[in-house]
Every structure is written in C-alpha cells, then in structure tokens.
Design a protein around this ligand. Sequence first.
Ligand code: SDX
Length: 433
Amino acid sequence: MKENRTVTLDLKNGQPPIELPVMSGTLGTPVIDVRALAQHGYFTFDPGFTATASCASSITYIDGEAGLLYHRGYPIEQLAYESDFMEVSYLLLYGELPTAQQKVDFEQAITHHGMLHDQVVTVFRGFRRDAHPMAVMIGVTGALSSFYPDAHDVFDPRSREISAHRLIAKVPSIAAWAYKYNIGEPFIYPQNRMAYAENFLHMLHATPCEPYEVKPVLARALDRIFILHADHEQNASTSTVRLAGSSGATPFACVAAGMASLWGPLHGGANEAVLKMLEEIDDVKNIPAVIQRAKDKADRFRLMGFGHRIYKNFDPRAKVMRETCHEVLDALDLMDDPQFKIAMELERIALQDDYFIAKKLYPNVDFYSGIVLRALGIPSSMFTVLFALARTAGWVAQWNEMLTDPAHRIGRPRQQYTGPTRRDYVPMTKRGA
Ligand code: SDX
C-alpha cells in the first residue's frame, strides 16, 4: 500500500497533535494507520469492525455501493459465466489465471488428494446419525490435523501449498460423507475421472448398487455456485481463519474454525434459513405480514437472504444466482416451484418497501442459493456445508496470503474495559446472604 498523506489528530491531552499516515491501496477506501495511537495511550474502538481494515490483501475487492466483486481484479460475473471453480481456486491461491498446463497440473493435484484416509471413516462413526452435517464437517476437518503432522510447518511455502491442495480436494468428500452418514447410506469414494462438481454430486447421490450419471447441466450449475461462494474479502469466517492462523495453528484447525463461524444464520447459515423462511411463508398472501415483522424493532426476526454489511446495492452474486435459478428450474421444468414464486414476489415487494430502500437492504448471495440447491437435489441441511466447501478455496488463499506477509504478526485485538475497578477479596464469612 502506498502512503500518500497524513491526518493530524489533536488528542487535546496537552501533548502536541500526532500525525497518522493515510494509505491507499489499488482500489477502494483509503485507510488511516492508527498503530501509533497505542504509544499515545489510546486504542480505536470498532466492535463489529464496521470501519476497520484488519489487513492488506490482493485477493478480493468489494465495492458495496456499486455492487462490485473482483477476484484478483476479475469481475465475478465474468468468472461465473466463463471460468470454472478449479480455475477460480487456482486464481485465488496463486494470483493469476493458470496457463493450460498449470490448470491441468492443479486439477491433477486436487484430484489426487481427494481421497480421505481410511481411518477417517472411524471419525464419522463417532457422531450421532442425526448430527447436523456442519457439526460433522467441522469435527472431521479439524480431525484431519492429526493425520497430516507436516501441515504444522506453516512457515514453509511448500507445506502450505500441499495443505491448501489437500483442503480444497478433501472438503467435497467430507461434505458428501457427512450427508451419507446422516441418511445411513454407504460412503461413495471420489472418482479421479470426474470433474470437481460432478464428483461431489456423484458422491452425494450415487450408491454402490447401480451406476449414477450426473446431469451436466446440474454439475455446471453447482460449479458456478461454488465460484459465487469461493471468497468474499474479510467476512466473519475468513477473519476467523486468519486470526486462528496468525498464531501458527495448523490449517486444518483454522479452516474448521472458519466453518464454525460460517455456520451462524447471520452468515453462511442464511441460505438454509432462507428456505425455512420461504416454507413458513407458504403462500404469497403471507408476505406482507412477514415484511412487517422484519421491520418491527421489537421482533428479532430478520428477512433471511436480505441485507449485507458491505453491499448497499445488489450483491452481484445474487444477480448471477437469480439467473442460475431460472436456468436450473427451467431445465428441470420446475418454474412453478412454489418457493421460487414466493421468493420472486418477496423480492419484488421488499425492493419497493420504504424500510428496505432506506436501509439499503437488497437480496444477498444466500437469497436464491437455497432454491437452486434444493432443485439440484441438495437437502437444506447441506446448504451451509456447500457454502463451506466452496469457501475453503478462499479461506486457504487468505490464510496463505497472511503467512507470506512479511509484516505478519499474531492477531491480538485490545478492548475497552468496563468492569469493576480494583477491589479486595471478601471471605465467605463476610459476604452477604
Ligand atoms: C453472508 O460479510 C460477508 O461478506 C458475508 C457473506 C460472504 O460471502 O462471506 O456475503 C455471506 O453472510 C451474506 C449475509 C447472509 N445473512 C443473512 O441474509 C441474514 C439476514 N441479514 C442480516 O442479519 C444482516 O443484514 C447482516 C447480518 C447480513 C448484516 O448485518 P449488519 O451489517 O451488522 O447490519 P445490521 O444488522 O446492523 O442492520 C442494519 C439495519 C438494522 O436496523 P437499525 O438497527 O439500523 O434500525 O438494517 C436492519 C437492521 O435491523 N436489517 C434488517 C435486515 N438486515 C439488516 N432488517 C430486516 N431484515 C434484514 N435482513
């Protein structure tokens, strides 16, 4: 980042004003470097990090006002329609689109890391059959840190590259097996002849009893959905992965921590919550009451799939997801899907409502993803699992970038203390009843 000017801060503490550097990146909001504040006895205060840049990154750029999302400079709309998830994963990790040979080599590396250690089957068996697949995903991914001791050498670039490949390659198997374990069907192994999304759908739906053919239109739609979920700057789960990784923890444990953060309904759990909300609405005539609830401050209810910390315009991913929704439902002759019709009507009404207009609440990536995933035969319990599967590519790219940063330090935020001032211990005999 280039430093181009300073701001003067007069703390009105009898000391001379201090000069804080203002730095600009290649795009986006300039930052004020406040690191010197601590020496002057002050911290910044920004719970929720609404105005805090936690790092410098060259992976993803978001412009919330204009509704832009770039991965290494490439607009998400172009990547979604012209690239594929393996190529986008390579781009996130290495910074450039691959040559034809680099893409072949990368796909070979990912393909040949797809199989899980046979002992991992036992890890699955430790869960209740009705465990939420996200609980299984988190548990098994964290457990993989015990299978790859070499992954602990996070400051070795080649060790990091192998761990990144292993995580991108194995999350589809973990995800599909979490579902198979849930429904009591045998695990299906990855097929090296299959492409990434096709392989996942095969592991999810095939059984040992008969051949299972994945429809290309469904595999293509799922691959595009993976692209749309691959990375998104310093969101809650990515920040979790970075903070966990800043201590030098093994990447499997860091990604498991990111999965835990993503699971929340305000974050990656929203897609599952959207479908539940659409099912509860049940009929378009119930939409006005739901909109009213969403506007009621006394009611914790939120319109799932709407709003975003950064996008104060349409989430560009939601636009692509909406078009993909049309394509998939049309291809499967499901345009009369009741949830889809409710979603379209809910979007239409919300976008005209003064509350949503005033608060700049637009559909986000989760609003349509649930409908498409359900049309692809994915059960709603697996929606966040798929989000985690795709976001693993972004998490490992961000984790790797952090560890290659020469200014890397362990993350250690401070606080504003609001508890009791010093007081002496009171023996039990002198305490009130
Ligand atoms: C993802 O960060 C990322 O990049 C995340 C993500 C990624 O790819 O990693 O994009 C993925 O998490 C998408 C978001 C999925 N979550 C949901 O759809 C859940 C519903 N949305 C909200 O809970 C909310 O919009 C958040 C959590 C997404 C954003 O919350 P913020 O930025 O903290 O905003 P806020 O909660 O302070 O809301 C601002 C105002 C509030 O009203 P006031 O207190 O100012 O009066 O808008 C209101 C909120 O009440 N509001 C909503 C609303 N979202 C915000 N009111 C009704 N329905 C909603 N959905």
